[in-house]
Design a protein around this ligand. Structure first.
Ligand code: 5RP
Length: 229
């Protein structure tokens, strides 16, 4: 992972966000991700809406919904849609083959639904997120509380060292009322196989491996905008 300072990283996030927003057209239903990179894109979309851009949007988290509404972006109910024209979201890691780890912000379940519904799922990142192999960042796993120990044990059986995500010594609770296990699988040789295996675990609502869910990754490295597709 490249080492860069925060100001540089924020400049890269902003550059990637501005490039992604250019793909949004009048009439689009836009999926909005969660996190600091996506926040740059939402703020730009808010500006464009004030200038007359006509869009509606769906949000991947309560905080994204609140931000979007505060900027005048109309929010639809995610559960009512069969398709989304374009989505813009961040990632914790990505490879050139467009495999991702997401969920650092805990919004992975709704983010995955949005990515699944999107005709054009755009991921925006700074250069630090690009990796040869996924896995330096742990794989978040959202689990329904009553299945916690079962899912934890199944993740362990797949080779993951799990840790309950907590904040200020209290379990982190997702917008869906669930828990998150951050699972360290080491560097992952076959993310599609691991994603498949995790999908078989009952009580596991979603995991942060996003395979075949991305149309393009727009990354800024501070000098250039690089598009992987
Ligand atoms: C939230 C996510 C975010 O997109 C991911 O964690 C990247 O966040 P940031 O843009 O703040 O680095 O998956 O669940």
């Amino acid at each position: 992972m490249a080492t860069i300072d925060k100001t540089q990283q924020d400049a890269e996030k902003l550059t990637a966000a501005l490039a992604a927003v250019k793909y949004v057209k009048d009439g689009d239903v836009v999926g909005l991700g969660t996190g600091s990179t996506t926040t740059f894109a939402i703020k730009e979309l808010g500006k464009r809406v004030k200038e007359g851009l006509k869009i509606t949007a769906v949000a991947s988290s309560i905080r994204t919904e609140e931000l979007a509404k505060s900027l005048g972006i109309e929010i639809l109910d995610l559960g009512s849609l069969s398709t989304i024209d374009i989505s813009i979201d961040g990632a914790d890691e990505f490879t050139e083959t467009l495999d991702l780890i997401k969920g650092g912000g805990g919004a992975l379940f709704r983010e995955k639904i949005i990515a699944s519904l999107s005709k054009n799922a755009i991921i925006i990142t700074d250069a630090s997120k690009k990796v040869k192999k996924l896995g330096a960042f742990t794989v978040p796993v959202e689990v329904i509380p009553l299945a916690y120990q079962y899912v934890f044990d199944q993740v362990t059986a797949l080779g993951g060292k799990g840790q309950l995500r907590s904040i200020e010594n209290k379990p982190f609770i997702t917008d869906n009322g669930n828990l998150i296990i951050d699972a360290d699988f080491g560097l992952i040789d076959d993310p599609a196989k691991l994603a498949f295996d995790l999908n078989q675990i009952n009580g596991l609502l979603a995991h942060g491996l996003f395979i075949n869910l991305t149309s393009k990754v727009i990354m800024s490295d501070g000098t250039d905008i690089i598009v992987f597709e």
